[in-house]
Ligand binder design. Structure first.
Ligand SMILES: Cc1cc2nc3c(=O)[nH]c(=O)nc-3n(C[C@H](O)[C@H](O)[C@H](O)COP(=O)(O)O)c2cc1C
Ligand code: SF4
Length: 454
């Protein structure tokens, strides 16, 4: 059993209530931070911890906080990004619904460090049950003097609001989230200025993931140095991984960073191996936006070292032979999974979710979707495969926000590692259909794709 920080209260009955959370030692980090530490000291501990943002990019949290502009007389804001819409990622909603006070405690400690007196938790609108749970817990915290004016008699004031999100994936991108929070359409803003300078209502703002904020209480209570001892190198602490796909035990696991990927997939403590005793074919390690890797490359780096669940090891080899930690959405595919269909599915998602501001993303995602659809349904041409590579390369790096990259990477990596499977779909459309979906479903003639041209 690895160290448990975010799931330390797992299974405690009633932990979603203030009383039980308090009895378990909850809100001790607020007491410590507000009563015996300055905001700068809290920030220093977070820096020492080496904590990196758990929302996807893995940027050091303490460093991000230190960029926050502090002009005189201008409010600052902390916004918790609880939009969580990446296919394959479902950790934050569990953390919030099972243990809402742990996030509220992290929000108080983090807001104090940043000098914010108003903070928001922006939750994906469809997660209505999570919004209800959070609102109930926030009301309890106000009642007990942990939110509002003069918290615990320390002179520090904080108001905390839950903001239901727009229900679009793009609203998870931090600048789109800020637009949406302000009541506008969730379109990403061009950076700079970064939110640290001009965020909510044009004021300095930090946007952090749920898991990132929830980890700060443990860091304050136990010290940044203690947190830094967990994990390996620059990948400190623990990470929530939401595991799904063809595994025996789908679920959310808190792992200590540095765990070998092989152990994560095959040990009974985590995924419990591939369902039905089948062979592992591929893994998307960090949510749908990260490059897919074939089994051999996710288990071992190109140098033959065991691949570890760390930011560095997963990225080893760059995009040629590596991938990313991303948001921790781990999707395992067995030997029968169809890479073409999977890639088409992801691309459909990105096309649907593109906000449409940049032509490479707006047009390119649609184009990739159409081409993948016709390959999958047996109407592809060999030249389509290079066309996909070309379109993906032209989207990557040429858009306002990283949704364009997120759409391009799954396509580029799938063709890089599984080109033969794409070619087989083109050469043997009926065989591939029969293998994927059974004879009866796809007897001649094959389904007609959405478009024949382009
Ligand atoms: C299209 C898109 C969707 C995103 N969705 C989320 C999300 O749901 N939750 C999240 O924390 N970060 C999401 N991000 C990343 C955020 O923009 C931002 O980097 C993150 O919230 C910062 O928090 P962290 O420093 O704690 O990781 C998304 C990014 C993009 C481009
Ligand atoms: S990359 Fe796509 S989602 Fe992001 S701003 Fe451009 S069009 Fe919108």
């Amino acid at each position: 059993m690895g160290v448990k920080i975010l799931t330390q209260h797992s299974g405690v009955p009633g932990i979603d209530t203030f009383e039980v959370y308090r009895k378990q030692g909850g809100y001790a980090a607020v007491e410590k931070a507000l009563k015996s530490m300055s905001p700068e000291e809290v920030l220093e501990e977070v820096k020492k911890s080496g904590l990196r943002g758990r929302g996807g990019a893995g940027f050091p949290t303490g460093l991000k906080w230190s960029f926050l502009a502090k002009p005189e007389g201008v409010p600052r804001y902390l916004v918790c990004n609880a939009d969580e819409s990446e296919p394959g990622t479902f950790k934050d909603r569990e953390l919030m619904s099972r243990n809402p006070h742990s996030l509220i405690e992290g929000m108080i400690v983090s807001s104090y460090a940043l000098g914010a007196n108003t903070s928001y938790i922006y939750v994906r609108g469809e997660l209505f049950y999570v919004i209800r749970i959070l609102e109930k817990a926030i009301a309890e915290a106000y009642e007990k003097g942990l939110l509002g004016k003069n918290i615990l008699g320390t002179g520090y004031d904080l108001d905390l609001y839950v903001q239901p999100g727009g229900g679009a994936y793009i609203c998870g991108e931090e600048t789109a989230l800020i637009e949406s929070l302000e009541g506008k359409r969730g379109n990403p803003r061009i950076k700079p200025p970064f939110p640290a300078v001009s965020g909510v209502w044009g004021c300095p703002t930090v946007v952090n993931n749920v898991e990132t904020i929830a980890a700060t209480s443990w860091i304050i209570l136990n010290g940044g140095d203690e947190y830094a001892k967990i994990g390996i190198g620059r990948s400190t602490g623990t990470k929530l991984i939401s595991a799904c796909g063809n595994i025996n035990q789908p679920g959310i696991y808190e792992i200590e960073l540095g765990l070998p990927v092989e152990e994560f997939i095959y040990s009974d403590e985590y995924c419990g191996g591939i369902a039905g005793g089948k062979r592992l074919k591929a893994v998307v390690a960090g949510g749908s936006s990260v490059p897919v890797l074939p089994a051999n490359l996710i288990l071992k780096t190109i140098a033959g070292e065991p691949r570890l669940m760390t930011y560095e090891s997963l990225a080893d080899g760059g995009f040629a032979t590596g991938t990313m930690m991303g948001s921790g959405g781990f999707i395992a595919m067995d030997e029968d999974a169809c890479i073409v269909r999977n890639t088409w599915n992801f691309t459909r998602f990105y096309h649907h979710e593109s906000c449409g501001q940049c032509s490479p993303c707006r047009e390119g995602t649609g184009w990739m979707e159409k081409v993948l659809h016709r390959i999958e349904y047996g109407h592809g041409k060999m030249s389509d495969i290079d066309l996909l590579v070309d379109v993906a390369a032209k989207i990557e790096g040429n858009t306002i926000c990283p949704l364009g990259d997120a759409a391009a990477w799954p396509v580029g990596s799938a063709i890089r590692h599984f080109r033969e499977e794409f070619e087989w779909h083109v050469k043997e459309p009926r065989l591939s259909q029969q293998q994927n979906y059974g004879l009866a479903a796809y007897a001649d003639p094959l389904p007609v794709p959405v478009t024949e041209e382009s």
